[in-house]
Design a protein around this ligand. Structure first.
Ligand SMILES: Cc1cc2nc3c(=O)[nH]c(=O)nc-3n(C[C@H](O)[C@H](O)[C@H](O)COP(=O)(O)OP(=O)(O)OC[C@H]3O[C@@H](n4cnc5c(N)ncnc54)[C@H](O)[C@@H]3O)c2cc1C
Ligand code: FES
Length: 286
């Protein structure tokens, strides 16, 4: 494993992609050299701060930079949102996680929602370079929340955009567009990254058709190296650690109920409703 820690990762460029969603280009030469689709980094904004994972949306080995797309959700992501080009993150560890499977499958449909659009970007390009026909489906609630439409169009043979309110592309959900594509032509593989309900719904669309479906799971992570147990998920009746065994798994055998309930426990802790969360004691310990 070519794991690197970058101390004081400098923000080379930062721009807003949508309200509360930021694109950051960071100086991380050795991470950029080794990054593969599907991998992520764990960053800290300050010493003693929370460790938070973000997917590598792009990597440029010649410039020595990686790109992250960060959605403001809580304290750490808001702190990053308030930073500017020239500022530095305290540290950045990566590339972490198992790389995505990149082979010639045939027709691959990639679905992205929210920051999941950025998370499928590198994989979309790699799968197309491997000779697959790429149909990308990206969705958002409204037009102004839609990100990376041009980049995804350039990386795909066909791009379908959906919004809940019809303000851009088709009105409806990404899963409705997926159903239509499946009824129209043979699909050999589906990859979905986004909110848990979206990934779960995609799994239920493809299950009756027996189409291999990959999702990128987002449990709470702390060390990112398989040591703390924070990112435990159940897949095919077995315990897996998303940070080293994933984050990508076969959607048809993921225990989504367990994932939802573990993330809910963490959210309650963040809101101060619980004090018995081992994960946060580890985080607080640095
Ligand atoms: C492998 C992976 C890749 C991810 N990629 C991206 C990305 O590219 N862009 C992006 O915007 N977000 C990404 N996320 C989610 C991102 O890590 C969380 O939004 C972030 O940690 C929230 O931290 P916070 O302090 O701002 O919010 P908090 O208030 O601390 O948490 C808000 C919610 O975020 C989740 N969360 C918090 N801390 C963690 C943590 N350490 N690990 C995982 N989830 C956490 C929990 O569900 C929590 O309820 C990814 C998560 C994982 C596991
Ligand atoms: S984050 Fe995966 S085991 Fe600690």
């Amino acid at each position: 494993m070519s794991l690197r820690t970058v101390v004081l990762a400098k923000i080379i460029e930062k721009r807003a992609l949508a309200p509360q969603t930021h694109m950051l280009k960071l100086a991380a030469p050795r991470v950029a050299r080794h990054a593969q689709p599907g991998q992520f980094v764990i960053v800290r904004v300050s010493e003693g701060g929370e460790r938070v994972p973000f997917t590598i949306a792009d990597a440029d080995p010649s410039a020595g930079t990686i790109t992250l797309v960060i959605q403001e959700i809580g304290d750490t992501t808001k702190a990053i949102g308030a930073m500017s080009a020239g500022d530095s993150l305290q540290d950045l560890l990566g590339p972490l996680g198992a790389p995505s499977e990149v082979e010639t499958f045939g027709t691959v449909v990639l679905l992205g929602g929210g920051f999941g659009i950025a998370a499928i970007h590198m994989l979309t390009r790699a799968l197309r370079d491997a000779g697959n026909r790429i149909i990308s489906i990206i969705g958002a609630r409204t037009r102004d929340l839609l990100i990376m439409e041009n980049e995804m169009r350039a990386a795909s043979d066909e791009l379908i955009v959906t919004t809940d309110d019809g303000s851009a592309g088709e009105k409806g959900l990404v899963t409705q567009a997926l159903e239509r594509v499946i009824s129209r032509e043979p699909v050999h593989r589906v990859v979905a990254v986004g909110p848990i309900p979206m990934m779960r719904a995609v799994a239920e669309v493809t299950r009756p058709h027996g189409i291999k479906t990959i999702v990128s799971l987002n449990p709470v992570m702390v060390d990112g190296t398989g040591m703390c147990g924070g990112c435990r998920v159940e897949v095919g009746g077995e315990t897996k650690f998303a940070c080293v065994d994933g984050p990508e798994f076969d959607a048809h055998i993921v225990n989504f109920d367990e994932l939802v309930s573990r993330n809910r426990m963490y959210t309650e802790f963040e809101r101060g409703l619980r004090t018995d969360c081992k994960i946060n004691r580890l985080t607080a310990a640095g």
